[in-house]
Design a protein around this ligand. Structure first.
Ligand SMILES: NC(=O)c1ccc[n+]([C@@H]2O[C@H](COP(=O)([O-])OP(=O)(O)OC[C@H]3O[C@@H](n4cnc5c(N)ncnc54)[C@H](OP(=O)(O)O)[C@@H]3O)[C@@H](O)[C@H]2O)c1
Length: 273
């Protein structure tokens, strides 16, 4: 059954590659993209059918029509902080959608959005909350979510990822040595790479379509508490915080994730990594 299902992972990067490997190990046929010619061999070695795809902002690459010949597409294209104009991201996604429609096979698109779409002072950030995005980046993300959810050509699910941590992105290194940081009492919202890829895997496996799902761990210590401890655990100088707190910060609610994904439990805790 699974070998009949072809999953495209647009962006076999820090999160997309472990997801692709998980899918391969569970018997799915996985087509994965990279912008880096040198990574093609690595993908192939991991059982992923490799493709060179770049959104610049229009989709370019080799055998692009073949890449989009899949049943499910996971979009892990990053919203780069380096974009001068956040609408660049919208253009990239629009071009991807045009290819999805042109290829005509993809029935389900999963988009890795971000919990940064919620306003920074939303004390209980739930998927069904009505809110106005409070930054240009959040506005673009929210609009892309809406475009995908309302698209008549395919079903979609939006996974709003909290801050990602794990190998090479260790919490202790995030803020170590920084000074005069604000909002020491704000809660953190993070998820480990393993858990984030398991959420995406479960959405595919259980065919959970038409949903917005917050993917955020259970623990919400304050920034000061976590980043100080994590830096010390790594033997790094801890960050220094000011006493300034702007509001109470946000907590991303993960009740829907636990309700929708059968038997869900987080495998990683914040200070495991
Ligand atoms: N980092 C966080 O804390 C965080 C929080 C919330 C949400 N997210 C979202 O989570 C997703 C995964 O993040 P990540 O850290 O795994 O991203 P990443 O490793 O930086 O990049 C993911 C993949 O996208 C590919 N890519 C980058 N620019 C591209 C372009 N212009 N055209 C085509 N492909 C391109 C990369 O290609 P190469 O293989 O060539 O590098 C890589 O394979 C993203 O959607 C991100 O916005 C991240």
């Amino acid at each position: 059954m699974r070998s009949d299902q072809v999953i495209g992972v647009l962006g076999c990067g820090w999160l997309g590659l472990p997801l692709a490997q998980m899918l391969v190990s569970e018997g799915y046929v996985v087509k994965g993209s990279t912008t880096n010619e040198k990574k093609l061999e690595e993908l192939e070695g991991k059982g992923v059918v490799p493709f060179l795809v770049r959104c610049d902002p229009d989709v370019q690459g080799r055998n692009t029509a073949d890449f989009f010949c899949a049943d499910v597409l996971v979009l892990t294209l990053p919203f780069k902080r380096s974009f001068n104009d956040p609408s660049q991201y919208q253009k990239q996604i629009d071009s991807v959608i045009a290819w999805v429609m042109k290829a005509g096979r993809i029935k389900f698109v999963i988009f890795t959005s971000s919990t940064s779409v919620y306003p920074s002072h939303m004390e209980d950030a739930r998927e069904d909350a009505v809110f106005l995005p409070d930054s240009p980046r959040a506005k673009v993300l929210w609009q892309i979510e809406q475009d995908l959810l309302n698209h008549p050509g395919f079903a979609s699910t939006i996974v709003r990822l909290a801050g990602l941590f794990g190998p090479d992105r260790e919490i202790g290194q995030f803020l170590a040595q920084k000074k005069d940081l604000q909002n020491p009492n704000h809660p953190v919202n993070l998820i480990h790479q393993d858990d984030a890829s398991r959420v995406l895997f479960s959405v595919i496996e259980c065919n959970i379509c038409g949903e917005i799902i917050n993917a955020c761990g259970d623990e919400h210590p304050t920034r000061k508490e976590l980043y100080t401890k994590a830096a010390l655990v790594k033997g790094l100088p801890p960050p220094e915080f000011s006493d300034v707190n702007e509001g109470k910060g946000k907590i991303v609610n993960n009740a829907k994730l636990k309700r929708l994904l059968p038997g869900w439990s987080f495998s990683r805790r914040l200070l495991d990594a």
